[in-house]
Write a protein that binds this ligand. Sequence first.
Ligand SMILES: [Zn+2]
Ligand SMILES: [Zn+2]
Length: 340
Amino acid sequence: MKAAVLSEFGQALTLEELPVPEPRDDEVLIEVEVCGVCHSDLHIVDGDLPRFKVATKPHLIPGHEVVGRVVQRGAAVSHLEVGDRVGVPWRHGNCGTCELCREGYENLCQQGGVTGMTVDGGYAQFMRARASHALRIPDALRSDEAAPLLCAGVTSYRALKKAGVAPGQRVAVFGIGGLGHLAVQIACAMGAEVIGVDVSADKLAFARELGAVDAIDATDLEALKALRKRGGVHVAIVTSASHAAFDAALQCLRPTGTLGVVGLPAEPLRIPAISLVASEARIIGSAVGTRDDIRAVLEMAALGQLRCRVEIRPLSQVNAVLDEMRRGAIHARVVLDPRT
Ligand SMILES: [Zn+2]
Ligand SMILES: [Zn+2]
């Protein structure tokens, strides 16, 4: 099979011919239709996050937004059939018995591995996956639109869910890119009044198209101040990695508001304690999502409440795509097709 392989951090992936993997008893073999390219893939390839770098398997096939068909199943797998279309997310598995798993935080389990980091992922024609973590894709969804929901979609969804977004609340989404454009739609589907914030006029127009009632230029301090004067937002979700976005988001919060951290700036956040104390604000993190969160996002998309903007590229262009991502030249999401 064809696969894109990481042999050395920071170097181009090599396109190689490898044997098709053999599924273990609790696994399925999947013929990959598409695999999304996520910013985390770039961190893994570049080896620029120590936490990821130590966990990355040698001679890795990256990719954790995989959609494909089951073509073979292990002896212990009964709930999936050959021919089923499934999605494989970031979390390759989880132990099911640790304290976090028992409390419903399977997304935070320290065991079970990560697809496309500790085990091979979907930048290939075939991959094997734990059957327990290969999730059925609703028929109403195209594979290319479903793939990014497995990471970008669920990450946005869980952040909004954890922030407790309720109908009628004002929600600001900072950064209308791959995650942000999904966050706008999910917050709208949750019944919120959504305000998009970005530095690009195109992206602001895009936010309005997606249902935002207002779109604010992040450099327009007066507009941000006016937002606060109108009462501020209940929830601000920051998908951008810019410190300025986090500072602005904190200023837009109404008292008791929640700042949801999704973007990952390289440097630590600087949050003035007084901003938290004086307004009883909360800051929350959110880590991808559980299988139930993924099912919920896929369901929303199947109902037409959420549509991911995707560009399909052949797997052979993977290095060009990663370069575009390094330069910030990718809008919304790219998926790789290993069949072309
Ligand atoms: Zn991801
Ligand atoms: Zn666990």
